[in-house]
Every structure is written in C-alpha cells, then in structure tokens.
Design a binder for this molecule. Sequence first.
Ligand code: DON
Length: 705
Amino acid sequence: MSRLLVSPLVPLRLAGVLLIATPLHAAPTYADPRPTAPPQTAVTLPMADAGWTVPTPAPAPNDLQEAGQRFQPRWSARGMVASQEGRASAVGAAILRQGGNAVDGAVATAFALAVTLPQAGNLGGGGFLLLWLPGESPALGRGCVGGARPVGRAGPPSGDSRELRLGTGTAVAVNFRETAPAAAWTDLFLRADGSVDRQRATRSLASTAVPGSVAGLLLAQRCYGRLPLQVVMAPAIALAERGVPVDRELADSLAAALPLLAADPTSRALYLRPAGGIARSFATPGAPGRFPRPASVAAAGAVHAPAPSAATGVPFPQQSAATPEPLGPRAALPALRALQPGEILHQPALAATLRRIARQGEAGFYRGPVAAALVNLMRQRGGLIRSSDLSAYRAELVRPLAGRFANHPLLSMPPPGGGLTLLQLLGLLDPADLAVSGAGSAASLHRLTEAMNLAYRDRNTWLGDPASMASPPSDLLDPTYLDQLRQSIDPRRHRPAAAIAAPPPPRRESVNTTHLSVADRHGGLVALTTTLNFAYGNGVTVPGAGFLLNNEMDDFTAAPGLPNSFGLVQGEANAIKPGRRPLSSMAPTLVFRPDGTPWLVTGSPGGSRIITTVAQVLLQRMVWGANLATAVAAPRIHSQLWPDRLSLEEGFSPDTRSLLEGMGHRLHPSAAMGAANSVEVLAPLGSGSLGAVDPRRGRTHAVGE
Ligand code: DON
C-alpha cells in the first residue's frame, strides 16, 4: 500500500478509494514534449464534486533533450491522414494539398485502400463515416439535408435533425453498413438440427450483404466534400490501373488467406500464381483459423487449386471469367502461391469499376454492368442479392451519438455502429479514479474489465439496427442507470460473467477491417471505419468488376444465444431480416476540446475488440496524459463478458497479471488487438496536426498535408 504512488496534488480522499492499486506500478509520468502540442496543464474531470483536477506531470528537465515519451506522433503544419496503408495515406494527403477538405481526403483514401489493402479496404463492404466540418453545413445547398435557417436567426438550421451543431461547426454520420437482401430470412444459416452452418455464414455467397461502401463514400463526398468526385477518385483509379507493388505484409496476408482465395477463380487469378509443381499440403477453404501461417505456407510451397474450370479448361481463368468452380478432385491440381514481395498486384477490372463510379456516381456500381456481374455471380453460386436489392440500397446521413467524457464533448457512431457501447463503457468509468490508479495498473485494468463486461451484456441483449426495431432502447446511456451499473462494480473482485448474464458456448475471434482518420488544415475531421468483415470477406471477387465481397451477414444473430465469429452473443434485436443492417462494433469517434474546438479522430478494426480498443486510446490520451502515439501504442486488454476471460496483449508486467488473477480474472494472452490510426488537431486551430498510426500493423502510415 505504501508504495502506491499518487500525485501529491491528488486529494487523499480520492486516493483512499483506490488503495487496492498496484504496489509496483506508479502512474506513468507521461508528458508531451512537443511545444506545439495542446497544453498539458490539467485534465478537468466531471465528478460529482466538480472542480477536481488531476494534473498531468510536467516533463522533467532533461539536458540531453530526450523526448518525454517513447513514441512520437508525426507532425504536419496543416492536415493529416492516418490509415492502414502508406500509398492510400499519401493519396489522401495529396487531395488535401489540392484544396480538398477532410471529407475529400478521407474518401480518396478509402477508395485507394480498396486497391492497396484488399483484405479490408473495399467496394464490396460497408462501414461508417463520422465528420465534423467548421462553419455552416455545405450539405444545405446540395439537397442532402432539409430545412433552411429561420430568417434573422443564428444557430442551426431548422428542419434537419441529422446534423448536429458542435462548437463552430457541423457534425454528421454516414451509415453505409450493408443490408440483408430481400430474400434473406431469420434462419438463413441454421441447419435442420438447429446448429449454425459456419461455412455458409462466412464463406458462401449467402454470407454477402448488399454492399454499402460506394453509396456511403459518394454520399459523404457529394454532400460534404469540396472537390469534384473525378479528382478525388483519380488516384485510386491510377493505382488499380498501374498496379501496386506487393510488400511483405500484403504477401503474408495473401499467403495466410491462400486457401480462401484459391477457392474462387477470380480471386485466384488476381492474387495467386502457379507455384510450379504439385502441392504437398492442403487446407480446406472455409475453415477460418485453421489456415496455415504464412511461414508454413511458404515452406509447404502452396495449396491445391480447385479443379480447372470446366468451361475454359485452364487452372487460372482470367479476371473476367465468371464460371463457378466447385471444389473438384485434388490429386492432379497445380500448386499455388500468393503474390510475393516485389511482384505487382494489377487490378484492371477494379480500375474499370472505379472509373465507372467516378463517371456515373452510384449508378456506376448499383446499376449497369457492375451490378449485373454481381447479380449473375449470386444467381450462379447460391447468393441472395438481386438487382432490386442493389438499386434499393441507400446510405444514410444520421445524427452522431453525442456524449461527454472527462469534460470533453465526444461523438461516435449510433447503432448499428458501436458508439453506444463505447459511450456506455466510458460512462461506467470514473476518469478521476482511473487517473489516480494509473495506466496499466491492475486496479485500472480491473475496473475497465468489469465495465467492459457490463457494456457488452447490454449490447448483446438490446442492440440491433434501430431502423427496424419496434422500440430501440433509449435509456442505456441514462446517467442514473449508468450510476447504478458503476456502483455495482466491486473494485476488488471480478464478477463472473455467469453472475451478469446467462452463459453461451465459446467461439473464436478474428481480425480484419480498417480505420482511417483525417484532419484538414481548417480543423475539419473525418473518422472512417470500413470492412468486408473477415480478411478478404468471403474470398469471392466479382468477375469482371474486380472487387471482393463481404461476409457481413455473419454479424447478424444466426441464432439467439449462439455466438458469431467474434464470439459475440447477440439477441433477437439483431436477427436477420430483409433490409436490416447487422449490428457492428465499428466505432469511428471524434473528440473535442471542452470549448468545442476539434481535437481527436480515432477508431479501429478488431471485430468485437474495436470498442474496447477505441476506449483505451481515449483513456490513454484523455486521462493518462499519453501523447497520441503513446496512446495508440500502449498495450491493450479486452473483455466482452463471454468468454469469461480477460485478454491481454504483451506488455503487462507479471506482477500486474498476478494481481488481476488474485481478483478472480482468468487471463488470456492475446495477439495484438486493433489498428487505431488516429489524428489530433493542435491548438490553436490552424497550427497543424499530429498523426499516429498503430505499430501493430506493418503498412500503416500517417502523411501530412
Ligand atoms: O462490423 C463489425 O463489427 C465487424 N464486421 C468488424 C470486423 C472486424 O473488425 C474484423 N477485423 N479486424
């Protein structure tokens, strides 16, 4: 106890609450050494006893001029793009330099990611975009939002509740989550015996929901961008046309997905090559988690290709081949390998699709030859999407979910996005307590875990697509309710999941989605998270159109009480229903300074770990005084009620772990979680921005304007 280190400026009354805290870990003395960084003086905390401040320690004088923290964000005098792939970030920054705003930059980056990051960037998936732009809404004059400002009155225009005025600007969210096709039904993935057919739910064409990405990106750009769409999309078209050199991480990712990609003729022709010789190893497509690791794939040389196309007789049909190929006899098949570092990923069909979209807008994707190619594929291989689903698809502008944390206004994505659970989780935490117990301490990790479990219990029970629920839950963020939940947390003892909710069977977790953050020189912000669900979605590329399809239908509840691929157990509210959007964890998030000026842009991939990743980036930056880069790099934990265990990345000390075990937590060493590419706007506005990409992924890159 006596070794608990508490800042002398922290009232002892507070420290008294926290005497279970770490004996061996002091609250870290984080400080941002950067002169242009926002003031590090104090974090004001919204407590019952208002007026408390927990000081962020000042950097110790240092004759060697060493940095105060081990990780440093990238600095720009103007805007910043942080994404999961360097070429795409450079595209976004170039668009900012051409006079684009944050929306133009984000949309250009997202289209570029559809070319350079095929495992997650996409045209065939969906996602959420959250934006804030200074000044009047540009959407008003473009027919995107209704209502004119009452004559002679200041303030928000009347008549459109989708936009939200915050500080001196306007915020809105774009919901471009995929929808269930009209032909879908609740038991789509159930076998006759009531069990879930995982192969069908994740690897078949029935796993594909109606793609939303193109509609969402175009809606955002048309209503809130500044440049012509053709300018914004030109770099992505050029990248697809000229080809992208494959680097080590993409080669490894393709190798890990080799059996999946080999099962589809068009994906095979795009991403794989004959290995020369006959394969010695074999992996079954459709068994996620059992794919060979890249090293073993390389060692084994390859896996078998599916049978040659009956129509062409060749093992590697060209990209335009539409012939469905069932898995056939395997003995005499050629071996395949993924593209290797240094080879070029050429995507001419994708370039043609992008060009069509740039010229024709949504019609270039949701109607005409691209739509026809998609629908043909669906008909041939048991998919449910029809042309009426495509022409009926609409991305939507929605009002962001607004909250406050540690005295900062915060916006995130409402359901079906993950923002409500994020706000609930933050609402169950007391920043003052956490500031005292410190980053990485067992006491903080315990409180965080208990709060995560409660937030996931409510998510699993109540949340779904509000657009198709009879009565969407309205009181999950009610302060009285959150107080009750917070008080139910025992600061010394883990509450077993079974004491909170009925237990389900366990399942595996998986990773791949992508998040990008953009700020422009005027303080405009965009947080954009997009996904195919699994890496490379269901592995199927639309012939002639060159884009991969999502397997987002698996985010629905296949059967109430049974977990999906992320181990998430969900309820009736998220059952499959035509036109409904599946519940998502994606939580693009914007944070503002207490005076309403723009500050942080963040978000992450990571499936069910997205919400907890975003929360921890915010805690690090807002409560524990980490600079943006340290906040993103700091080791993370995750708990989601079921399975009843606490996942920890590397980087927590053995004594912290044993303290947690002593509190009743079952610890689970975890692979790296998330990729929270984030941006920070410096104060005063106009003095530049910082970018921090997640070191957990190799291709992440922040590029200044
Ligand atoms: O929307 C969701 O919650 C999931 N489809 C996201 C999947 C994901 O993040 C995978 N990995 N990184």
